[in-house]
Design a protein around this ligand. Structure first.
Ligand code: NAD
Length: 408
């Protein structure tokens, strides 16, 4: 099922079947379409002197809650429908997080690995040149996404300043720290997931010290494993795209991070045994954290999941069919739109700091993050209980309520 179909399905649930909540057809109809979607062509003089034209997109989905907010992805398969679907998700995610931001997304159809650094910079600056009229701290605030880095955000912010004279640097988030970026952004998604877990742990009947399995050992997964480990939970297994490893006594995550840095692999870590990714997902544990990619738990393996609770740090790791199976098995899922919203919340903090001319310490950042996520998590549980539904729909209800309240 495509991302867009999934969106349509969940929107429809928000409108009619979400445990008796009905937001009205008119509101749902308005949410089915973005405010505007823009396609641009960006001509670039390549290093060999030829001209190549790239296609770029910006979708401004909804700004009821504040300026459009959402990443720009560089990928050879990126196209307008994907960007639209992702812009809708951002609308919902920002609303769930309780930040004063709407939803947007952008992209360029390009394989950035085929470009030199100079060509990549020209392309990034070209994107801003074509869109400078619609971007701005109070209008539309892009961020990094797949294959876009802090350096690319810094080029874009610089280009925007050159064109408009705006010196706040608040139009782009995800910048390097010395160029107006926020402390804590690198670990915010995993840290935010941990705050959500802590807020819901008792409610979901989990013990004080949990046995945890983490799929994915990249930016989000490795920090998640580290944060849970440091808090005294036992990490039974982790995996990356090549290997999974398991240790019934718990993995020493700081040592494992060092081991992976030195060897490039998880395999062979002392006292662990190798397992497949399929086996990893089916381990009996208190908490399963998918932190790799989408569509990892499907109708093929959902029935075999033995985790008590699943916390989605990856975007869309569970298919709708698997969602149904897990619901019937009474395995609660803490949905991505809540669980991984620490990242977008700290992006909002970056924007806020830029506009105020401030720079907060990591401690300040996380002290502000924790109560916001706790508050949203508690509201979602309340919605789910009142509407006798799951946490994903509880989160949708919260988002739609917040958007509807502000929509004119
Ligand atoms: P990343 O590229 O740093 O890490 C992905 C990890 O998944 C890598 O360790 C990779 O080896 C592993 N992996 C790939 N295929 C796998 C497979 N089949 N089985 C097990 N592991 C596999 O990416 P990331 O930034 O950590 O993002 C992970 C997920 O979190 C994505 O879904 C992303 O959209 C989502 N997310 C990330 C952020 C963020 O702040 N980085 C914010 C919100 C959501």
């Amino acid at each position: 099922m495509s991302q867009l179909d999934k969106v349509a399905r969940l929107s429809a649930q928000g409108g009619s079947a979400s445990g008796g909540k009905n937001f009205g057809d008119e509101f749902i109809m308005r949410l089915r379409q973005p405010d505007r979607d823009i396609r641009i062509s960006i001509p670039i003089k390549m290093d060999n002197g030829s001209i190549k034209i790239f296609e770029g997109y910006r979708v401004e989905y909804n700004n009821a809650l504040g300026p459009y907010k959402g990443g720009i992805r560089y990928h050879q398969d990126t196209e307008i429908n994907e960007v639209k679907a992702l812009a809708f998700w951002m609308t919902i995610k920002c609303a769930v997080a309780g930040i004063p931001m709407g939803g947007g997304k952008g992209g360029i159809t390009v394989n950035p690995k085929e470009l030199s650094k100079g060509e990549l910079e020209k392309l990034s600056r070209g994107f801003v040149q074509k869109l400078s009229d619609i971007l701005g701290p109070k209008k539309d605030v892009p961020a990094p996404d797949v294959n876009t880095t802090p350096e690319i955000m810094a080029w874009m912010a610089d280009e925007f300043e050159k064109i408009t004279g705006d010196k706040t640097r608040a139009t782009f988030t995800g910048k390097p720290i010395d160029k107006g970026g926020s402390e804590g952004r690198g670990t915010a998604t995993a840290q935010g997931g941990f705050y959500v877990f802590e807020a819901l742990r008792k409610e979901l009947g989990l013990p004080e010290k949990c046995e945890v399995v983490v799929q994915g050992f990249g930016n989000v997964g490795s920090y998640a494993a580290l944060i849970w480990h440091k808090a005294g939970h036992k990490i039974l297994a982790v995996s990356d795209s090549k290997n999974g490893i398991y240790d019934a006594n718990g993995l020493d995550i700081p040592k494992l991070m060092e081991y992976k840095k030195n060897t490039g692999s998880l395999s062979g870590f002392p006292s662990s045994k190798n397992i497949s990714n399929g086996e990893l997902l089916e381990i009996k544990c208190d908490l399963l954290i998918p932190a790799a990619f989408e569509n990892q738990i499907t109708d093929q393996n959902a029935a075999k999941i033995q985790a008590k609770v699943i916390l989605e740090l990856a975007n869309g790791p569970i298919t709708p069919e698997a969602d149904e199976i897990l619901f019937k098995k009474s395995i609660p899922i803490i949905p991505d739109i809540l669980a991984n919203s620490g990242g977008v919340t700290v992006s909002y903090f970056e924007w806020d700091q830029n506009l105020k001319g401030e720079h907060w310490s990591e401690k300040e950042v996380f002290e502000k993050l924790e109560p916001m996520l706790r508050d949203s998590a508690q509201k979602i549980v309340k919605n789910a209980k009142e509407s006798k539904t799951d946490l994903r729909r509880g989160a949708f209800i919260l988002a739609l309520e917040r958007i509807k309240e502000e929509m004119v």
